[in-house]
Design a protein around this ligand. Structure first.
Ligand SMILES: [Zn+2]
Length: 90
């Protein structure tokens, strides 16, 4: 069982309109429109907090917490605010 709460949205960046796991707890293979990590590829239902944290650090530090998806980021979007809203540490 993974420790990630799917109500939080993306387990890496906290983007809320994204389902990383389906109702049975299995990966959806969806790509996050914000950080572009892919459920089932970059992490899976057996990943622990350490895995999410290391992916989050790559996004926040190496990629400057940028909106990486092909769609336009929401107006007024802030990666730090998104992480805070999702209760994710970095
Ligand atoms: Zn994400």
């Amino acid at each position: 069982m993974h420790s990630y709460d799917k109500e939080k949205g993306c387990p890496v960046c906290g983007y809320p309109k994204y389902e990383a796991f389906d109702e049975t707890g299995l990966t959806t293979f969806e790509i996050c429109p914000c950080c572009t990590n892919q459920s089932g590829y970059d992490y899976n239902e057996n990943s622990d907090e350490g895995r999410y944290l290391s992916l989050r650090k790559v996004w926040v530090i190496d990629q400057q917490g940028q909106w990486l998806g092909s769609c336009t980021e929401p107006v007024g979007w802030s990666f730090a605010q998104q992480l805070e809203d999702a209760g994710l540490p970095f």
